[in-house]
Design a protein around this ligand. Structure first.
Ligand SMILES: [Zn+2]
Length: 413
């Protein structure tokens, strides 16, 4: 194994070394590493993709950490503007203001603030806002649009600097980023430093319980180091004299949780949602090996069903293409071994079109191509969006085409 990947030998949350592999997936190339035409000749390395659990605190994670430089260096990095994201941010800002009730002009810091969409809603409600976004281009654009954004990674040093220059934050938001961070101790120490005494940290992250329940195993890929759940996070924040006082379930990413955290002994009462979720996790055996054995078996069964169906189509001389060139598609293609059966992939995002898929280098074309080339079957790799995709391409069905939905239950339409 080369130096761009290392294996973490201790638990990222509790530091323990009582660790067990719970789900071995097929090693993959970096899941979002779609390559442009001029780089289609390169060979992309694959990295181990194994899900582990810490038997001491229940934390589920990937121990193999690929150097972020490698993750972001070799391929075209595309920030995707997902449909409906702006509405989600608006609702999210309103919900947070309603629950936290900050005084006017309080400081709201968003870590991983991207183009500043979320902060803009806070600003409109009279808050002072500050974004932190390591991508220099995006940070600059956000600042120009009126949302001051520091082009930095969040560290304890940066937390001190912000505290001195802007004051302490009443609200710190971390959306879909906490799971991508390897050194959570450093990150959380920084948050502790930056948070005002009555401040609230709000973390949004996909929920382990929903990944298993909704069969979203393709959400497991190298950028996502952590698969969070309630019990281990309670233990983790206690180490930093912080406490989880409320939890909300939200539908993003196939099922996520929004965690509300304050300094230990803070003014906000602990909501019954915390005990409720702890109970939910116990009842669903989230920390029991048998859950992961069953998950693994179910993935194998779905793989066998899908592969034998696709082989049948192939034996009949039918053509099959994929729909959706996302990061999740890569995990699915590798783990189900589908690359040989798919002629090409189509995608609606212009930035992904005319690229090649990570590792296998399957061509990615615009989705309208299915009307010219008329493939017999379109396998929806981005299966969580199967509904809208089929709706958008009713005409393909009408011209005699078929969709195949691989998960959570295989369907041919
Ligand atoms: Zn642990």
């Amino acid at each position: 194994m080369n130096k761009s990947v290392y294996k973490r030998e201790t638990c990222r949350l509790c530091g323990g070394n009582n660790l067990k592999m719970v789900l071995p997936l097929t090693p993959t190339a970096l899941c979002d590493a779609y390559v442009s035409r001029d780089r289609a000749g390169i060979i992309q390395e694959t990295y181990p993709l194994e899900l582990f659990m810490c038997l001491d605190c229940g934390y589920v994670y990937l121990p193999y950490v690929v150097d972020p430089e490698t993750i972001y260096r070799d391929y075209l990095y595309v920030t995707t503007s997902s449909m409906g994201l702006s509405d989600h941010f608006k609702e999210s800002a309103e919900e947070l203001l309603y629950r936290i009730k900050p005084a006017k002009n309080s400081l709201v810091v968003d870590i991983g603030s991207n183009d500043g969409t979320l902060l803009n809603f806070f600003k409109l409600k009279g808050m002072r806002v500050l974004g932190i976004e390591p991508s220099k281009d995006i940070a600059k654009k956000a600042t120009l649009s009126g949302i001051e954004t520091l082009p930095e990674f969040f560290t304890t040093k940066l937390a001190d600097k912000i505290g001195n220059e802007y004051g302490h934050a009443t609200i710190i938001t971390v959306n879909n980023l906490f799971a991508n961070i390897d050194d959570l101790d450093e990150f959380t120490e920084g948050i502790h430093k930056l948070l005002a005494p009555d401040g609230v940290l709000v973390i949004e992250s996909s929920y382990l319980g929903d990944i298993i329940k909704n069969m979203i195993f393709d959400f497991i890929y190298h950028e996502h180091l952590s698969y969070f759940s309630v019990k281990p996070l309670i233990t983790f924040f206690r180490r930093f004299n912080m406490e989880l006082f409320d939890i909300e379930r939200i539908p993003t990413k196939g099922g996520s949780l929004r965690y509300y955290i304050q300094l230990s002994g803070g003014s906000r009462p602990i909501s019954s949602s915390v005990a409720y979720m702890e109970e939910y996790e116990d009842q669903n055996d989230l920390y029991s090996m048998k859950t992961y054995d069953a998950f693994s078996k179910k993935i194998d069964e779905l793989k066998n069903q899908l592969v034998s169906k696709l082989l049948e189509f192939k034996a009949d001389g039918k053509s099959i293409v994929g729909y959706g060139g996302s990061a999740t598609s890569t995990t699915l293609l590798y783990h189900f071994g589908l690359s040989e059966m798919i002629d090409y992939i189509v995608d609606d995002n212009p930035a992904k079109q005319n690229t090649f898929s990570p590792g296998y280098h399957i061509p990615v074309l615009p989705s309208d191509v299915i009307y010219e080339k008329k493939p017999d079957y379109v396998l929806i790799l981005a299966w969580r969006y199967a509904g809208p995709i089929m709706k958008q391409h009713q005409a393909y069905l009408e011209q005699g085409g078929h969709f195949v939905i691989p998960l959570p239950i295989m369907k041919v339409i």
